[in-house]
Design a protein around this ligand. Structure first.
Ligand code: PLP
Length: 369
């Protein structure tokens, strides 16, 4: 391979950490040695400095404006990934022994979330798609909430199965809690409907290290003083996400990604239209392949972020993945638990990347169908 090939950016369909907007990477590169006017890299300055304070406030303000987060909700920048949130949510919100944490399990991540709740209190499965191999979200008549839910948890986008909620499930008045790790900022969301939203950044909003938590302020009153400082939402809120050293670089990148969505894309409505255009391009090829490509999710529940499908057999799947890689389209292998092919086409995946994959799929169908 020539140096030129080695240095060329590929179309990266990784599920996460995943593709970032090229303009963001360029700005990171340009500012890596020295933030303008600061004289040091963002990697080298104190989290208590006024310069970092500006970066943190800017990221929070941009996220609030872009995602239309009302003043009734706080925005926290935490560490520990979405996995720690699976524990922090029941630790903070499932404090009344009379109450239950209700979970809608639509895939691998929902299952993991519900498993953590057991450690802290009563967990109730309000719906489980396991029997259907996690290919869909529940219809509202299938959701069976407990008598007294402390919250109702769902995974807005199942990254592994490519199953996405396109409208919120009914929480029956209990706070709605959502893991939006792989689809935050892919479309506008009515935050008023939610008690808590969490999202690690490395799928659709930045790099590994920061997890954004949007929490309705009245829920902070449930947080017990007995919790360790780091696990207590109220302490993070009171300290403006500076209870300890926050993930400074990841917060800086999150701010740049929000700025890109505001200035280059033009907001989340535009982003949603582009995401629908990109995912429809691939789903149309799947739907018109006369059964050669088989999508995993039920049509109306398909994800606009993770397109999960397979060919007639595992050998052809492997051939597809290898040939695509040779044509500069990488990381298309499905999750090991499901096999097949997964094209993650997050916000930052250019339309051109999806078109290139679509053309490859058509050619592959012609050669092997
Ligand atoms: C990736 C992912 C997680 C896990 O995130 P970590 O940051 O690794 O803890 C949880 N939920 C969903 C939906 C994900 O896509």
């Amino acid at each position: 391979m020539s140096t030129e090939t080695l240095n060329q950016r590929c179309f990266n369909f990784s599920a996460g950490p995943a593709v970032l907007p090229e303009l963001v990477l360029e700005q990171i590169r340009d500012e890596m040695l020295c933030l303008p006017g600061v004289g040091s890299s963002v990697l080298e300055i104190s989290h208590r400095s006024k310069e970092f304070g500006h970066i943190l406030n800017d990221a929070r303000d941009r996220f609030r404006a872009l995602f239309a987060v009302p003043e009734s909700h706080d925005i926290l920048f935490l560490q520990g990934g979405a996995c720690l949130q699976n524990a922090m949510i029941p630790a903070n919100l499932l404090v009344d022994a009379e109450q239950t944490g209700d979970y809608l399990i639509t895939g691998s991540w929902g299952k993991k979330s519900s498993a953590e709740a057991h450690r802290f209190g009563n967990m109730h499965v309000a719906w489980n798609g396991d029997d259907d191999n996690f290919c869909r979200v529940p219809d509202s008549s299938e959701i069976h909430r407990s008598a007294n839910p402390a919250f109702v948890h769902f995974t807005s986008n199942e990254t592994i199965q490519g199953v996405q909620f396109h409208t919120e499930p009914d929480a029956g008045g209990a706070p709605l809690v959502a893991d939006m790790s792989s689809d935050v900022l892919c479309r506008p969301v009515d935050i008023d409907k939610y008690g808590l939203i969490y999202a690690c950044a490395q799928k659709n909003s930045g790099v590994a290290g920061v997890t954004v938590v949007v929490i309705r302020k009245d829920l902070l009153e449930r947080c017990s003083d007995r919790l360790p400082l780091y696990l207590n939402y109220a302490k993070h809120s009171a300290a403006d996400s500076m209870a300890n050293t926050p993930p400074t670089f990841a917060i800086y990148v999150l701010g740049l990604v929000c700025k890109w969505l505001q200035d280059e894309v033009g907001g989340l409505q535009q982003m949603q239209a582009i995401n629908e255009q990109k995912s429809n391009l691939l789903y149309d090829i799947i739907d018109t392949s006369q059964g050669f490509f088989q999508g995993h999710a039920r049509t109306q529940d398909r994800s606009i972020m993770n397109v999960v499908f397979k060919t007639p057999n595992a050998e052809l799947d492997a051939k597809f993945i290898a040939q695509a890689a040779a044509e500069n389209m990488t990381t298309l292998k499905g999750h090991r638990s499901l096999g097949g092919i997964r094209a993650s086409i997050y916000n930052a995946m250019p339309v051109e990347g999806v078109e290139t994959l679509g053309n490859f799929m058509k050619d592959f169908l012609k050669a092997n169908g």
